[in-house]
Design a binder for this molecule. Structure first.
Ligand code: ADP
Ligand code: MG
Length: 340
């Protein structure tokens, strides 16, 4: 009896210590920085018409995570083409040709117009008159009538828009914008900016597959899987080790449907009003800023393998993987030097 009592006390003390450390997390202090290496905080919600997951690895403040999700809602009510309460909806459905718009919308439209112009309209943020005819997420999606497409096509053309000091000018009231190809990248960048201001330096922002990393994970790079086209969401083509980068993919396999044996997907040719049919399955862009990755993934898809890869190879800080319809991967010039 006498001998076992202290042992029991020791065991009890050890148990109390373990519970305390597990509950609190173990804090490592380096300078003024406080990092929790045990319990990341994470949440997954439906927002921006997709599944959003945000994970913070060096922060235990749930209010910061909540605020990050609130930013998704804030920007959705600016950029959504379909939400009737959004700023873009108000702009698109106004009868005015000259409109005063918010700084965020102006900034995103400027980015969109510059990629529209550099791709000579293969990418075109004024695709809305045609893109609104297609509903890829409907319960029973259908190809729009060719008459409807022909009627709307003349209103597509980025040259019909200009922007100056937050004033948007368009030729006709039928000219409308669709920022769906770049909004998620812009929003991810804003969330990252917010997190850094809150002293969060280790996080992953995943807006439906548009991934933006903040820093790394305890000194080691994040491992991000590139989704294999037409496979289950967790089947990866490749896993990239990245620090502080954005990885964005545009593909034909998520927002799509089949009619009469033909696949229709959501990246549309502004010249025809129908999906691009160019033997590409997906384009993945690795960049610092996510809005650039988002713009380039859709732009390069629209440009096709040859022109798209050629364009990327002229950009020093951007890397890309193009996957063709046979599943063959084509890498940009610097890819193999930078990634295993
Ligand atoms: P995701 O939204 O799945 O991340 P993308 O970034 O490639 O995919 O954007 C596709 C969206 O871009 C479409 O849903 C549509 O809103 C818009 N879009 C479609 N075709 C074009 C195009 N040629 N140029 C610019 N935007 C386009
Ligand atoms: Mg895009």
């Amino acid at each position: 009896m006498k001998k076992t009592a202290p042992k029991k006390i020791h065991a009890l003390l050890l148990l109390v210590l373990i519970i305390f450390l597990t509950a609190k997390g173990i804090y490592i202090y380096s300078g003024r920085e406080k990092r929790n290496v045990l319990q990341p905080i994470t949440d997954t919600r439906f927002a921006l018409n997709t599944v959003v997951t945000i994970t913070l690895y060096d922060c235990t403040d749930k209010n910061i995570l909540e605020e990050a999700f609130q930013l998704c809602n804030k920007y959705e009510t600016i950029f959504s083409r379909t939400l009737t309460a959004s700023e873009l909806y108000r702009v698109n459905h106004s009868d005015k040709r000259k409109l005063s718009i918010s700084e965020d919308l102006a900034s995103l439209i400027k980015t969109g117009l510059s990629y529209s112009s550099l791709s000579k309209g293969a990418f075109d943020i004024s695709i809305a008159p045609v893109s609104q005819l297609w509903d890829f997420t409907a319960e029973t999606p259908a190809v729009p009538s060719s008459l409807a497409i022909q009627k709307q096509l003349p209103y597509v053309g980025y040259q019909n828009f200009s922007i100056k000091d937050n004033t948007l000018i368009r030729k006709k009231q039928e000219n409308q914008l669709d920022v769906g190809a770049i909004a998620k990248g812009y929003i991810a960048d804003r969330i990252k900016q917010y997190l850094i201001r809150q002293n969060v330096h280790s996080a992953i922002i995943n807006l439906g597959g548009n991934i933006l990393c903040t820093g790394d994970k305890e000194g080691a790079p994040f491992k991000i899987g590139i989704q294999a086209p037409f496979k289950d969401r967790n089947v990866s083509l490749a896993t990239l080790k990245i620090r502080d980068k954005s990885i964005v993919t545009s593909g034909i396999y998520e927002r799509c449907f089949t009619e009469n044996g033909k696949l229709y997907h959501h990246i549309l040719n502004p010249k025809t009003g129908y999906p691009y049919d160019n033997n590409l399955s997906s384009v993945t862009i690795i960049s610092d800023e996510s809005v650039i990755g988002d713009a380039l993934s859709t732009t390069c898809f629209a440009l096709g393998l040859e022109d798209g890869l050629d364009y990327i190879n002229r950009l020093e800080t951007i890397d890309a993987i193009f996957v063709d319809s046979k599943g063959t991967m084509h890498y940009s010039k610097h890819f193999s030097e930078r990634y295993e």
